[in-house]
Design a protein around this ligand. Structure first.
Ligand code: KG4
Ligand code: ZN
Length: 383
């Protein structure tokens, strides 16, 4: 079954063709980074307009690369939420119109479920290509960590709803951020320090040149649900360590330099950062990663799934990957398996939407003409 996936929930216009939920025939992502970079974050109005410009060529390109005409796909899967409403509507209306005009089934997909399916899709592709990797099995504790989300779910297989129909995945929400998402904290700290947008990749690279112990931030404390997250306080703590110090003047100098410098490489940027700034960046990243890993491992202790999935843009972070790999490799955790998608499947893409849509279609879900977009669209039940 060939599924055309369409994703437009934030600032990437994406389309992909995936065969049988396990082989990516094409995955095209048009990034809007250049449009939003000068604002240090996504501007919703501009994002919708960019989606409108890109949606048709991106879908056409996905079909061209997959060597399939739109009428050759078997179904269309489109992100219905959560996300920016104006952005979601562009992909959703286009997907709906395409399905209607081609007479193909349409299915709506929760963006967060897409991120979780990115892990399963990666695992299937790795195994199909002959790599000796463990099978990513359910139940799995899943950390979805991106610019818009930081949530922990327990993903489980339900009993097959009817003979011949596959089991569906059910999601129990264990915790989520009460304020900023982790990726948002990376982006805001990068904006404060004039490091560019998006902040995550550049902080990841620069942090390697700093000493995290030189600027310790301490643990993030949470009252109530220990599996909830909060990064707004950490972001403010960074602000207090910069404001009124030479680091603030240095950031302003960097901002001025960046305005005239044209495209900037990470090495250029590093050359414009003092060792104190690099230490601060390393300390901040260490605090975010430590919190994400410790809360996830604590939740794993509670649910004992023995399997952890990590996905979303922040899953690209090299320190996060190292720390989870170390946790999985620790002698006490002999049975813990941790799975990440490749960086391209970790950030927003439509292959994960097509893969999630494939399983929803198999389970009998079909969207009708009433399908609409939801800015807020909780996945599963729970906290
Ligand atoms: O999943 P995604 O593409 O979009 C959302 O659904 O939000 O994630 C984008 C987020 C941005 O906040 C970006 O700064 C962050 O992922 N990110 C990273 C890294 N690469 C991307 N954060 C930390 N380290 C990275 N290497
Ligand atoms: Zn996302």
């Amino acid at each position: 079954m060939l599924v055309l996936g369409i994703e437009s929930s934030c600032d990437e216009t994406a389309a992909a063709v995936v065969a049988d939920g396990e082989r990516i025939l094409s995955s095209v992502v048009a990034s809007q980074v250049k449009t939003h970079a000068k604002y240090g974050g996504v501007v919703p109005e501009l994002a919708s307009r960019e989606h409108l410009k890109k949606i048709v060529p991106v879908v056409e390109e996905a079909c061209r690369q997959a060597e399939v005409r739109p009428e050759g796909v078997d179904a269309i899967a489109v992100t219905e939420g959560p996300g920016l409403i104006g952005s979601l509507l562009v992909g959703l209306v286009y997907g709906k119109a395409l399905a209607l005009s081609l007479g193909k089934p349409l299915v709506g997909v929760n963006h967060l479920e897409g991120h979780i399916h990115a892990v399963l899709l990666q695992n299937k592709m790795d195994r199909l290509s002959g790599q000796t990797v463990e099978e990513a099995r359910l139940p799995a504790l899943t950390l979805v960590v991106s610019g818009g989300h930081t949530s922990l779910f327990l993903a489980e297989s339900s009993a097959p709803p009817a003979p011949g129909r596959p089991a569906e995945i059910t999601y129990r929400r264990l915790g989520q951020t009460r304020d900023d998402a982790a990726g948002e904290a990376f982006d805001k700290v990068a904006k404060l320090l004039a490091l560019g947008y998006p902040g995550g990749p550049v902080i990841d690279l620069l942090a390697r040149h700093g000493h995290p112990q030189a600027v310790p931030f301490g643990r993030i404390k949470m009252r109530g649900n220990p599996f909830d997250f909060s990064f707004a306080g950490l972001k403010t703590a960074v602000l207090y360590r910069v404001r009124g110090t030479p680091l603030a003047a240095e950031a302003e100098e960097r901002r001025g330099w960046r305005k005239t410098a044209g495209p900037v490489t990470p090495d250029d940027l590093r050359a414009h950062c003092s060792s104190s700034t690099l230490d601060l960046i390393a300390g901040f990243q260490d605090a975010v990663v430590t919190d994400l890993v410790e809360r996830t491992l604590a939740a794993e202790d509670a649910v004992r799934a023995n399997t952890i999935f990590v996905s979303g843009g922040v899953a690209c972070n090299s320190l996060l990957r190292e720390r989870f790999a170390a946790a999985a490799g620790a002698p006490a955790s002999a049975r813990l398996n941790v799975f990440f998608p490749s960086p391209a499947l970790s950030t927003d893409n439509a292959a994960m939407i097509a893969a999630a849509g494939y399983y929803r279609l198999l389970a009998g879900h079909r969207a009708d003409a009433s399908l609409t977009a939801h800015a807020s669209f909780p996945l599963g039940v729970g906290a």
